[in-house]
Design a protein around this ligand. Structure first.
Ligand SMILES: Nc1ncnc2c1ncn2[C@@H]1O[C@H](COP(=O)(O)OP(=O)(O)OP(=O)(O)O)[C@@H](O)[C@H]1O
Ligand SMILES: [Zn+2]
Length: 655
């Protein structure tokens, strides 16, 4: 009974989408007719038998179709057992009980499919977000075209209060855009136009205030948008594709139950087979033995167990999607539910990631303008968040233009950058960079650095021809919601919250003090971050890491659950993380952890219910203390209960 096999073939849906449900109900109706005729009339079997046979046909039709579909694949499962039980019941003349079995089983199935579809639909609703056509500006004329025909660099016009048809950059107009469909943020985001279209950076490097996504909704003003992604590659298309793949990643519990079923089902079949011959040793007829065997077969079938976990996982993932959180599969969902240690990247995760220039101090006899020009030219070649911030601020503050005098920029991971400026060597970065490049840093310079570091500034040294010519410092501010989020996490029982940063220890400490972390590890190279994660896993077994993928991708890959921030617009983060917060909202973290725990709890409850009913019913049926009818009702009832229990997750709220 894997969730995948639950599609009703389209050709069989003669009454539309609910054909399966109507068939089940018809099975029930004929069952009642047959039962009344049998018990309260003196009619012959020839008459009420017809009603029972019709009940069998309608109740058993879709189950048989499903079972036959699986035959060639060598899959043998519960559908077979149920059909066998019903046939056996007919053989011994217990038509009413056989029909009841088929009716309830098919009703349970139909409800289960309905429930699953409901969960899936709330995910797939994402796919219906994008409009089918876009208004394209071609040689000054406006033309409506299907979105599949849009090319990169086409310009589309988006009218007020309509959906945006493509991922791209705003090049004319300003408006506030409702991004809720993708990021779950309810507040509209202000978008302004990007003016320097000739020097357009890569999509990922564009400031989010200029970027729009297909499927989001324009506000009060008209916008012109330069298309930067083909419709098949848009964030929303990839999101939908990933969500539909999510189901194939089995959760640990799902894998465990599958394994269990593998040896359990053959045992059930053997025991039932042996019970058919109980009349050889017991004073009873073959029909009585068969009756008992059928009752045991119904009681022991792990129907509810098979659906316990997948229904909960799917509902959990659907609920997360409504909040703009993409959980990629049952494994991530279950793991996140047991985690008590979270490692955080600093820049862009706990902080805004948009540092502001605070100091520019020249040494030697350099003028501040010269220093500013050198730094601007070099940093404008790097796309590190620090570099971008520095370049923007220097341009404005000193009214400078880039003159392309720097070249051969090299990023030195966790340390800084090197480049050539007017055929001179330039290094910009931390103390480690200067040490490894053999550049002497005087005590006076170090003292100056120390002062700034204690104030929480990120300080970088600038060297030209092996001489320190100045320093530059920036300050990043914690996200406004970081402190309250960490407090919530602590309140829900996250014990260790560790910041891993490439920045100086002092800077890390200053930020940590403002927002409340349990531990700070500074001065880390990307490989040191990996080593830290390894140590944390040794200590706490399962850990989560939250990052933005900028210099923490290897560390994230190693953690049990990797959580990417602001994944809309960042391909790498969206693709590689186990959990993607589509928006930059770190406050979604306690929500998704709470949801994972609730899912885990519901999975456990479901397993308890389904195994409980089996454990209760099997001895009762073996000793013949109950009828097939009662076994059927309890057994199929438990299937319906676990599905309904799982659906509660669709309404999950924190607190
Ligand atoms: N483009 C750059 N220009 C100048 N200095 C840089 C640059 N890139 C890195 N550095 C220096 O290297 C240090 C470590 O950088 P890294 O990218 O590892 O981490 P980070 O951005 O400071 O913070 P986090 O690790 O929290 O994301 C920075 O603090 C900075 O001193
Ligand atoms: Zn099934």
């Amino acid at each position: 009974m894997s969730t995948k096999t639950h599609k009703t073939p389209a050709a069989l849906q003669i009454f539309g989408k609910k054909t399966e449900l109507y068939f089940a109900i018809l099975g029930g109706v004929f069952l009642i007719i047959g039962f009344i005729l049998e018990k309260w009339t003196t009619l012959d079997f020839v008459v009420f038998g017809v009603a029972y046979i019709l009940a069998y046909i309608f109740g058993g039709f879709f189950i048989s179709v499903e079972a036959i579909k699986k035959l060639p694949k060598g899959e043998f499962d519960i559908d077979f057992l149920m059909i066998a039980a019903a046939v056996g019941a007919a053989y011994i003349g217990s038509w009413a009980e056989g029909a009841l079995l088929l009716f309830l089983f098919s009703l349970g199935h139909a409800l289960e499919h309905y429930a699953m579809n409901k969960a899936k639909k709330s995910i797939q609703a994402l796919g219906n977000l994008t409009p089918k056509t876009a208004i394209v500006k071609e040689n000054g004329h406006l033309k409506e075209r299907p979105i599949e025909t849009l090319n990169l660099k086409d310009v589309i016009v988006v009218k007020p209060h309509t959906k945006i048809a493509a991922d791209g950059v705003v090049i004319k107009g300003a408006s506030s855009v409702n991004q809720a469909p993708i990021t779950g943020e309810s507040m509209p985001i202000d978008k302004t136009s990007f003016t320097n279209v000739e020097a357009l950076p890569a999509f990922e490097d564009l400031d989010r205030k200029h970027v729009v996504f297909a499927g989001t909704i324009n506000g009060d003003e008209s916008l012109e948008i330069l298309v930067l992604k083909l419709s098949a590659d848009s964030t929303v298309s990839r999101l939908v594709k990933m969500v539909s793949e999510v189901e194939t990643q089995k959760s640990p519990t799902q894998r465990r139950t599958k394994k269990f079923e593998k040896w359990y089902v053959p045992i059930v079949i053997s025991v039932v087979f042996i019970l058919c011959f109980a009349f050889l040793v017991l004073p009873e007829s073959f029909n009585e033995s068969l009756y008992r065997a059928i009752a045991v077969l119904v009681a022991a079938s792990p129907c509810a167990l098979a659906i316990s976990t997948p229904s909960a996982v799917l509902s959990g993932i659907a609920r997360a999607a409504q909040k703009g959180v993409l959980v990629k599969g049952g494994k991530a969902l279950e793991d996140l539910g047991v985690i008590s240690t979270i490692a955080f990247d600093k820049t862009g995760t706990l902080t805004e990631g948009k540092p502001k220039l605070t100091h520019l101090i020249p040494f030697q006899n350099y003028s501040i303008e010269t220093l500013a020009q050198v730094v601007l030219e070099v940093e404008s070649l790097s796309n590190h968040p620090l570099a971008k911030a520095i370049a923007v601020d220097l341009k404005v503050k000193f009214n400078l233009e880039i003159t392309d005098k720097a070249s051969q920029m090299k990023a030195i991971q966790g340390k800084g950058v090197s480049a050539i400026f007017e055929s001179q060597d330039v290094y910009i970065g931390n103390l480690k960079l200067m040490e490894t490049s053999g550049i002497d840093v005087s005590d006076a310079v170090k003292a100056e650095m120390e002062g700034l570091l204690h104030g929480g500034h990120t300080v970088m040294l600038v060297a030209l021809q092996n001489q320190i010519i100045g320093l530059i410092s920036v300050m990043d501010v914690p996200r406004k919601t970081a402190a309250s989020t960490l407090k919530r996490l602590k309140a829900i029982g996250i014990k260790h919250m560790i910041m891993l940063t490439g920045d100086h220890q002092n800077v890390g400490n200053t930020i940590a003090k403002q927002i409340g972390l349990t531990e700070v590890k500074g001065n880390l190279l990307p490989e040191d971050k990996v080593a830290s994660i390894k140590k944390l896993i040794e200590r706490d077994k399962k850990i989560a890491m939250v990052g933005d993928g900028v210099n923490d991708a290897p560390a994230m890959a190693l953690s049990t659950v990797s959580i990417a921030m602001g994944a809309a617009g960042s391909d790498v983060a969206l693709e590689t993380a186990d959990v993607a917060l589509m928006s930059d909202k770190i406050e979604n973290l306690p929500f998704v952890i709470g949801l994972s725990r609730a899912s885990k709890k519901i999975i456990n409850q479901n397993i308890f219910i389904s195994l409980g009913v089996v454990i209760l019913l099997v001895p009762v049926t073996i000793f013949g203390w109950t009828s097939i009818g009662v076994a059927v009702a309890l057994h199929e009832g438990s299937t319906i209960v676990v599905v309904l229990n799982a659906l509660r997750l669709l309404g999950f709220k924190n607190d």
